[in-house]
Design a protein around this ligand. Structure first.
Ligand code: TNX
Length: 552
């Protein structure tokens, strides 16, 4: 329940129209880092009747459920009159192709446990219900959709399966959190601000089996993320099988932070994750962290080290920056080629991460040479390289997609200028500065897990920033999107993961999806509070973090 807003929305039949961004985004199924759309677009509020706020706090007509959507769509109008009453006879129908029918089947399955109704089921014909219409001419962009609801039913229209899928996530939030009930009468037209919206999961510090990763993907999907960035290797463990290099997992996966069994994904496991994500319109971007963060690989293949480096031993601590593979040996590049080739062959998406963070024991020149060459290997295997922001100095061959993780307060000298220069050469940036986006950082001093090297990260801090202006001097359009990473040095269970993700993952979802001019913390915190019963219904762990009016 949201309160406060409803009181402000006294008028029955209020129509509040908020015009947001226009069409953006590419047309392929994969996220397009060049599709950043919204930075210069502004939202105009045109309200007739009683407006409720500058950012789109849309009020519901009296007698129906309030609209409290996260992320906030680019345009929402509350329509006068009754909504659609879900009944045991409600059908879900997908029209216009197999993608629509698949999304319809998903919706039916998702709604059954929530509504308690044996229906909805897929159907055909003209019965009233929930209709998902795929229409190549819908004009909704690569990931956008329209949703119209009224007494006769709900219609979601989109040009792509991804758009229908995102529309379904919106519809889930229009249905009561528990029990059947009414979908309020609304008209929504929606599309994302950024084409890249990722969650990054560290399965190296603690290993998470496939089912846990799927649970994480479910959470990403319901908040309209479209990329799963999997951090597969680090000092504590190597988590992906590579043909011809059995010791990587035989030895390199045998433990994890704090000790314990570790684990790894077989090719079949990895394919299962990719397929599960793809069914939710999420592209998997695998990452092997090189040339630092490589202690586990060094335990498996000691020849990867330089002569004279101390022999690697299994590592279960939380320090960073101490390991390296030898960038001066040709055999190292043979290794990189085999690993990258194997991962590229398993990965349908267009991107592959090569890490590049905290290689503190390498000279700048050796580091840059390695990153440029590793990026070339990725390209030779048909993928586009993604790396951490340090790699922006690797010259013309540097990775073209860079994860900006250093908080401004802890920027290495010259990094910001180096990133601006890389962007001027055409590099795209995924914004994930640790002081805004690192969901392994504690909420505050009372948080029992997590770390705080980037400072405490309240929900408000994770919400209230602008990815386009975090770095100054970037050319327009260089921000590809936003990432919400969760590092797992202190996180070993799904419950603890969820506790750190909820409620901050939805905050970052809105940063990535909703036009900047439509967003305000005061409005968001109300809508966020309304998510709580949905998390409860799904059996998720969460924190009733400070600053959000939970239950009141
Ligand atoms: C920095 S972010 C790291 C990770 C740690 C994380 C902990 C990055 C590219 N490197 O290795 O897990 O901080 O917050």
């Amino acid at each position: 329940m949201i309160r406060g807003r409803v009181a402000a929305a006294a008028g029955v039949g209020v129509v509040l129209l908020l015009a947001g961004c226009s069409s953006g985004g590419g047309t392929s199924g994969a996220p397009d880092p060049g599709a950043a759309g919204g930075s210069s677009r502004s939202a105009t509020a045109v309200a007739t009747g009683a407006a409720t706020g500058a950012t789109g706090a849309v009020s519901a007509p009296a007698g129906s459920a309030p609209v409290a959507l996260v992320p906030l769509p680019s345009q929402v109008s509350a329509v006068s009159g009754p909504g659609y009453v879900l009944t045991a006879g409600t059908v879900v129908r997908g029209e216009g192709g197999s993608a629509a029918r698949a999304v319809a089947a998903d919706l039916a399955a998702l709604l059954r446990p929530v509504t308690g109704l044996a229906r909805p089921v897929e159907g055909t014909g003209s019965a009233s219900g929930l209709v998902l219409r795929l229409d190549a001419g819908a004009g909704t962009g690569a990931e956008g959709y329209r949703l119209d609801s009224g007494p006769g039913g709900v219609m979601i229209t989109a040009a792509t399966g991804a758009g229908l899928f995102h529309g379904v996530q919106t519809l889930r939030q229009l249905v009561p959190a528990k029990g059947a009930g009414t979908v309020p009468a609304v008209r929504i037209s929606d599309q994302p601000r950024y084409g890249w919206r990722s969650g990054s999961l560290d399965v190296a510090r603690h290993f998470f089996p496939v089912a846990d990763v799927e649970a994480y993907v479910d959470l990403l999907a319901q908040y309209k993320f479209n990329v799963l960035h999997l951090h597969l290797t680090d000092d504590q463990g190597w988590r992906i099988a590579v043909p011809g290099l059995p010791a990587l997992t035989g030895i390199g996966a045998s433990t994890q932070t704090g000790g314990g069994a570790g684990g790894y994904y077989t090719a079949a496991d990895y394919r299962a994750i990719v397929a599960y994500a793809a069914a939710r319109y999420i592209t998997v971007v695998p990452e092997v962290d090189l040339p630092g963060h490589t202690n586990a690989a060094l335990t498996a293949y000691p020849d990867l080290a330089c002569a004279g480096d101390a022999p690697a031993k299994p590592y279960t601590g939380v320090d960073v920056g101490f390991s390296r593979i030898c960038t001066g040996k040709e055999s190292t590049y043979t290794f990189v080629d085999r690993v990258v080739g194997a991962l590229a062959a398993l990965t349908p998406g267009p991107y592959l991460g090569i890490g590049g963070d905290e290689a503190d024991t390498l000279s700048a020149a050796d580091y840059d040479t390695f990153m440029a060459r590793a990026a070339g290997i990725v390209r030779a295997h048909g993928k586009q390289p993604l790396a951490w922001d340090e790699a922006s100095g690797a010259g013309k061959d540097a990775p073209g997609l860079l994860g900006v993780w250093h908080p401004l307060s802890q920027e290495p000298p010259g990094l910001a200028q180096q990133l601006v220069a890389a962007a001027q050469r055409g590099a795209k940036l995924v914004m994930e500065p640790a002081d805004r986006a690192y969901l392994d950082q504690k909420y505050d001093q009372r948080t029992p897990i997590g770390s705080s090297w980037a400072g405490y990260l309240s929900v408000e801090r994770s919400y209230d920033w602008n990815p386009d202006s975090y770095l100054t001097g970037l050319p327009a359009g260089s921000v590809a999107g936003v990432e919400a990473p969760i590092w797992t040095e202190t996180i070993g269970t799904v419950q603890n993961l969820e506790y750190m993700l909820l409620p901050r993952l939805p905050a970052l979802a809105e940063v990535a999806w909703t036009p900047q001019a439509r967003r305000s913390w005061g409005d968001f915190r109300q809508r966020l509070a309304a998510q709580l019963p949905r998390w409860q219904q799904q059996g998720l762990s969460y924190l009733e973090a400070d600053g959000v009016p939970w239950g009141g």
